[in-house]
Design a binder for this molecule. Structure first.
Ligand SMILES: [Zn+2]
Length: 163
């Protein structure tokens, strides 16, 4: 088990898997797209751990999330210091999302992710709990609380939901 905080700083040599991810996300254009989104939102950029780029102070209102990742670029409207104080493993979680981009050949991941999110909302009423990508990246590490799966069948004899 890695020490707490290990690899959480920029400048630590990348693992071969991280180097492959970084090259893949450059070639599939998801990292350039992330840099563009960060720029459009006037976010400040700095190098992060695991070969990620951290972009903070993002000013656009979409998408609504504590942090979101496009390619190898992790973007937030807040500061990473504040986010990591609350969810210390957040960048481990976001790095797994960056790997998911690489496996889905880049930007097609966004479409597949939205489908997985829709499924999650249907099954759990929550964007993350039933979303395979969030589950694999780690719900707790991502700052999510797991919600139980609910039945797809309508309750019979329920009250207050006429029509
Ligand atoms: Zn996530």
């Amino acid at each position: 088990m890695p020490q707490e905080g290990a690899g959480q700083v920029a400048g630590v040599p990348l693992t071969p898997a991280q180097r492959r991810r970084r090259r893949a996300n450059r070639l599939n254009l998801s990292t350039p797209a992330g840099l563009l989104v960060a720029r459009l939102g006037s976010a400040r950029r700095r190098p992060g751990p695991y070969g990620l780029v951290l972009a903070e102070g993002y000013r656009l209102r979409f998408p609504v999330a504590g942090a979101f990742t496009v390619g190898d670029v992790v973007i937030t409207a807040h500061s990473f210091d504040a986010l990591l104080a609350r969810t210390p493993d957040l960048l481990v979680h976001e790095e797994l999302h960056a790997r998911q981009y690489a496996r889905c050949l880049g930007l097609p991941y966004l479409g597949i992710y939205v489908l997985a999110m829709g499924w999650s909302v249907l099954r759990t009423g929550d964007r993350a709990s039933g979303n395979v990508f969030e589950r694999r990246a780690g719900l707790v590490a991502g700052g999510y609380v797991e919600r139980p799966v609910r039945s797809l069948r309508r309750r019979r004899g329920g009250r207050g939901r006429a029509g």
